[in-house]
Design a protein around this ligand. Structure first.
Ligand code: FES
Length: 156
């Protein structure tokens, strides 16, 4: 699906990356800015960055896929990561994931149509002793139950 960006948002972004293009480390700065402004660096934005930095799409795409911080999909306003690593999995993380998907109307590893939510499948967040774990908007919640996640999602 083609992404839609506000013309003012794009114009402001292009102004900033034109400045970055004068700098040696500017390409990474521009990709970082895109992630922050648009919630991801889809191919349309990669083209805009490439035009200003005189860089190929494959180079930019290589950077986007190399760093975990960047995504080529536009993420939702709220990002929910449900760990389904082994320890969380045996403590019913899959049921929690199903509940999250049901509430957000979002498939695992995708973004809802209204761009409100992205649901991400996590693989061991390094807190197995507190499983099952869910990260909502960068905050980790431990020993999550279906009731607890339902309450947490009501709050956003
Ligand atoms: S398996 Fe979920 S935190 Fe380790």
């Amino acid at each position: 699906m083609k992404n839609k960006f506000l013309p003012e948002q794009l114009a402001e972004f292009e102004k900033s990356i034109a400045e970055n293009a004068k700098d040696q480390a500017g390409l990474l700065k521009s990709i970082h800015l895109a992630q922050k402004v648009f919630g991801g660096v889809p191919v349309e934005i990669q083209r805009v960055i490439g035009k200003h930095h005189d860089a190929s799409i494959s180079k930019i795409s290589g950077i986007v896929t190399f760093y975990d911080y960047f995504t080529s999909d536009i993420q939702g306003k709220n990002i929910i990561e449900v760990c389904v690593g082994t320890t969380c999995y045996v403590q019913e993380a899959n049921d929690i994931l199903k509940k999250v998907c049901e509430i957000t109307k979002c498939e695992p590893n995708s973004t809802s149509r209204n761009k409100e939510f992205s649901v991400v499948i996590g693989r061991c967040l390094g807190k197995c002793e507190l499983a099952p774990n869910v990260i909502i908007n960068h905050k980790t919640h431990n020993k999550v139950t279906i009731d607890k996640v339902t309450e947490l999602l009501k709050g956003i």
